[in-house]
Structure formats: C-alpha cells, structure tokens
Design a protein around this ligand. Structure first.
Ligand code: VG1
Ligand code: CO
Length: 542
C-alpha cells in the first residue's frame, strides 16, 4: 500500500556543484533525506512505470537511504528500480546503467571525496536519462519543490534485502539487485585493447592502484587483476568501508601521499593510480612523476586515438574553466573543437550528447569521455594503460615529449579549506568590485590584460550560468582564477588556480612552485588572501 506521510520543508536543500552534500547528522534529521528524494520526484515529469537506478559509494548511511529511496520510488509509481548489490555503484557505473537500461534517471548517494563515517559527509545526487548529472534547471526545480514540500509517498512495507542478487517486488514495482561491476567491466572491454594491456603487464610492467577504501576496489580487482592479469596485491585498500578507513578518499598529494611515495622510490612500480569515494576521479602517477590532472587531460586527448574506441580520432575536448589550457593547445594543433565550461560535470552533458566533444576533463582529477556522462576514474587509468601499452615508454617520457611538442602549462591549485564564510564571500566581492579597473594594472612583471567573472552560455540549449569564478588574465596568457567550492559542508573553501605557459623546453623541468612563484605571490596581493582569511598558507596544493 502507498502511504502518504506528512512532512515539513527544510530551507537548505539546494544542490551544489554535485548534488546535495551535508554532514551525516544533518541528513539524519527527521525526513531530511525523504524530503529531498520526494522533491526530486516532484520536480520530474513522471508518467509512471519508469526505471530508476539507485546506488552509492558505500559510505555510512548509504544503506538506510537506499532502502528509503526504494520505498519512495514504489510510492511514486516507478515500474522498476535497479540497485547495486549492497547498495554499491560507482558514479560512472551508475551513469552507464542509466544509459544501458534506458532508465529515466538515477539516484547516486555519495559525497565523493569528502570523508565518511557517522560524523562525516553524505550526499544525494540525481542523474537524468542521458546518465549525466541533472542540469541546473532540474536542480533548481528540485530546490523549489523542497522549500514547500508537505508530504511524501512511500510503500508501507520494508524494501527487500539488497544483499541478494535477483528480482523481487515491492507493490507493483520490480526491485532488481545487480552485480555493480559486471556491466561496467564489460563496457571497458569494448573501449580498450585489453589484450595489449595484458601483454604489457605480462612483460613485468608493475602497476599499483589505490582504491582508498572506497567504491573502486571491486571494480579495480575485476578489471586489473581478473581481466588484465595483474597480481592481486596491485590493488590496495580495495574493501569499500563506511568510513573509508578513517581517511579522505581524495586522490591528491595529501591523501594519496603513500601511493606517491611508493612511485617516487627507486624500486617502485612503473605506474600508480588512485580514485575517490565514488570512483569518478583519478590520480595518475608515473615512476618519479605525479601527473597533474590538467596535463593528464591534455595527454589523453593527444593520445586517445591509440585506444580502439577513439581510433578514428576525437571530435573535440571540453574542460572546466579553471582547468589549465594544456588541452587547448592539443585541440588547436589537431584542429578539433575546444570548449570551456563552468566547474562541474553537469556542464559537459549537452556537448557530449550533441557529439561536439569526445573527451572532457577538470583540474580536480576528473577525466571522462562520451562512453558515459560522468567523469570516470577507472576509465582514465585504462586509457593511460592502453597508451602506455602502445607507446612502450615511461609516463615521464610521455610527459616530457608532450611538453616539448605542445609547451608546458605550469599549474597549481591552492585550497583554503573551512575558512569563515563571511571572509570568503568578502574576498570574492572585493575582487568583483575591482574587476572593472583591473585591466592595465601592473604587479611586478605581470600586467593584467583582462579580468572578469566567468559566465557561460551553453551552446546547445542556450542556458546561462553566471558568477562561475573570477579570472585575472595577464598579458602572455598567465592566469589566476578565484572561486568558492560548491561541495564543502563546513564554512567555505577558497580555490585559487594558478597557471603559466612556458614554451621553452629548457625550462620544462622547473618545479611548478618555482615556475609559478611570481603568480603565487601576486594571487595573494590581488586576492588579499592572507589578510582576509587569516591563513598563512593553503591547506592543500594540487
Ligand atoms: C569540486 C571540483 C569540481 C568537481 C566537483 C565534483 O567542486 O572542483 O571540479 O566537478 O568537486 O566532483 P567544487 O565546487 O568543490 O570546486 V566529485 O568527484 O566531488 O563528485
Ligand atoms: Co567523486
């Protein structure tokens, strides 16, 4: 029986860069999650009988919300829900299922790279029928519904056991519990030359994949060990844990320090990689070298044709605005399209659907292609492996040659986490106030050529997104970008993105902090970061 439960609205259910993210205790308030999920359904045109994919990254509170989501789906007339066994589905695997099974959408429970556990973070994201994150008009509609919600509809009896594969019924709705890995692994086999990669590994090529106790463990085991023949111990931290073993499942220099240290060792592996909580990010490390995500995007765009799926060449590349312009240089040289979008994967969906671009990427360790509509960590690792198997060169050699051919975009992102929200907003406002007078100003040897607050008009549907980050561009093309994070759950996080192009190969081996020294100092002068945030240095540099 369908039961209608009376509820009262919360006023803070506005999705950010990637869904609604809050602390677990915040989500545990009465009806908080149910309200949001019902608001999603209320915002959609539902005819009844649709298919919905449900899964998550396995973090604390995942199971409870999944069971609730199943009952809500039955209460709202869905015909079928497809759920990952034990509630597990990586974000790209969920995107793939939505597409393959022609679902009308999917609910992904994840706070991605944010820490988990009873006091950690939780999140809910809705993906639409193309498999990608809901665009802004949908997330705004959900938020509007959440502000006035007065009831939700659930099936009265409990949801079935999601630890058993197979189909059961809840009312008229079929609940199909599936192996979370199988369809995804099959998709990967269609894209890459597994035979070639297997041969590379058989030759003694050593890889190490750190799943960070998050969702990619089972995927990595199946693909790298079972299908590609790598030794079982090459996948580490492979059991998804509710609290990610107490760490942040964020593949960066701070949280993946152990992986990086191993790859810096003389006798270390040839190739290292890590992914985040929900499996959509990737960190690539070669022996002796960490690949910056912006460089990784450019190298993959330049070499994608070496993998079967992209053998005919790629249509174009899209990158988020703060991502370095390394990919632009590849696109220009190859004569393919390049698009600059706001931060967040939802802005790539239309370009991918329209066939304008094949590969997309973000500086935040996100890379993906038109095979799904999410960024995809394991996919990026496989594309790198396919390229390495074809070129039979080291990661370091590939990067050096890339820079020699295209020039090097030195790049760093500085994050100031959990700073006072007022101070952060004040900093951004002050920058915006000064934009008009910025052009022509000199800072040391740097002269501002342009300054603006990035806005974007989607070339396919014409929708507009404003206030997407303050850009200060200097003559010669160096840039400083300031924006506030839309995924944090406490205070504000200021991200400062710093970039300088260097054509001279003799200077390509400089450490980035040296190559960017003047810009880093200038970022503080222009942004008044230290003064306004009372921080002497960033928490994380990537
Ligand atoms: C961050 C990244 C952004 C990414 C988003 C979601 O957003 O900067 O590039 O798309 O996280 O990724 P923000 O607003 O905090 O800068 V994930 O892997 O957290 O879903
Ligand atoms: Co993620």
């Amino acid at each position: 029986m369908i039961e209608t439960i009376t509820t009262t609205p919360y006023d803070d259910q506005q999705p950010g860069t990637s869904g609604l993210r809050k602390k677990v205790p915040h989500f545990q308030q009465p009806n908080y999650a149910a309200n949001f999920i019902q608001s999603i359904f209320d915002a959609l045109p539902l005819d009844g009988g649709e298919t919905l994919v449900i899964g998550g990254d396995g973090r604390y509170y995942n199971r409870e919300v999944i069971l609730m989501a199943i009952r809500l789906a039955a209460g709202n007339g869905y015909g079928r829900v497809i759920v990952g066994k034990d509630g597990i589905l990586s974000t790209p695997a969920a995107s793939n299922l939505i597409r393959q099974r022609k679902a009308s959408g999917g609910i992904i429970l994840s706070a991605s790279h944010n820490p988990g556990g009873p006091k950690g973070d939780f999140g809910i994201k809705y993906n639409v029928g193309n498999g990608g994150p809901a665009p802004e008009r949908v997330t705004s509609a959900i938020f509007e519904k959440s502000k006035t919600i007065s009831r939700y509809r659930v099936w009265t009896t409990p949801a079935p056991d999601i630890s058993k594969l197979g189909e059961t019924k809840l009312g008229d709705m079929i609940v199909e519990v599936i192996d979370p890995v199988a369809d995804y692994a099959a998709l990967m086999e269609t894209l890459f030359d597994f035979e070639k990669i297997r041969a590379l590994i058989a030759l003694g090529f050593r890889l190490r994949f750190d799943a960070m106790h998050a969702v990619t463990g089972p995927y990595a085991r199946e693909i790298f060990v079972n299908r590609l023949g790598a030794p079982a111990d090459c996948v580490v931290n492979a059991e998804p844990k509710e609290d990610f073993g107490g760490g942040h499942p964020d593949p960066n220099a701070v949280h993946a320090a152990d992986l990086i240290a191993r790859l810096m060792a003389e006798d270390g592996p040839d190739f290292g990689a890590a992914s985040d909580g929900d499996g959509d990010r990737n960190l690539i490390v070669g022996k002796g070298i960490v690949v910056s995500p912006s460089d990784s995007l450019a190298v993959l765009a330049a070499n994608a044709h070496l993998a079967p799926a992209y053998a005919k060449g790629i249509a174009g590349v899209a990158r988020s605005m703060p991502t370095s312009q390394a990919a632009d240089r590849v696109a220009q040289k190859r004569g393919i399209g390049i698009y600059e979008t706001p931060t967040g994967w939802k802005f790539f969906g239309n370009l991918l659907d329209a066939g304008k671009v094949t590969i997309c990427g973000e500086e935040s360790a996100g890379t993906g292609s038109d095979h799904v509509r999410e960024k995809d960590g394991v996919w990026a690792v496989l594309l790198w492996l396919n390229v390495l198997a074809e070129r039979r060169e080291s990661v370091a050699a590939i990067l050096e040659k890339h820079w020699a051919e295209f020039g090097r975009n030195f790049y760093q992102r500085h994050d100031y986490e959990e700073i006072d929200s007022k101070a952060a907003n004040g900093l951004m406002e002050s920058l915006r106030d000064r934009l008009a007078s910025m052009a022509g100003q000199r800072f040391g040897t740097l002269v501002v050529s342009e300054a603006d607050d990035f806005s974007y008009q989607d070339p396919i549907d014409g929708s507009i997104a404003t206030s997407q980050g303050v850009r200060i561009v200097f003559s010669g093309g160096s840039r400083i970008v300031y924006r506030l994070s839309g995924t944090g759950t406490k205070g504000a996080t200021l991200r400062v993105y710093i970039e300088r192009f260097e054509a001279d190969p003799a200077k390509h081996s400089l450490p980035p902090e040296e190559a960017l020294k003047e810009l880093i100092d200038t970022a503080d002068v222009i942004g008044e970061i230290k003064k306004r945030t009372a921080r002497s240095e960033p928490d994380v540099v990537t």
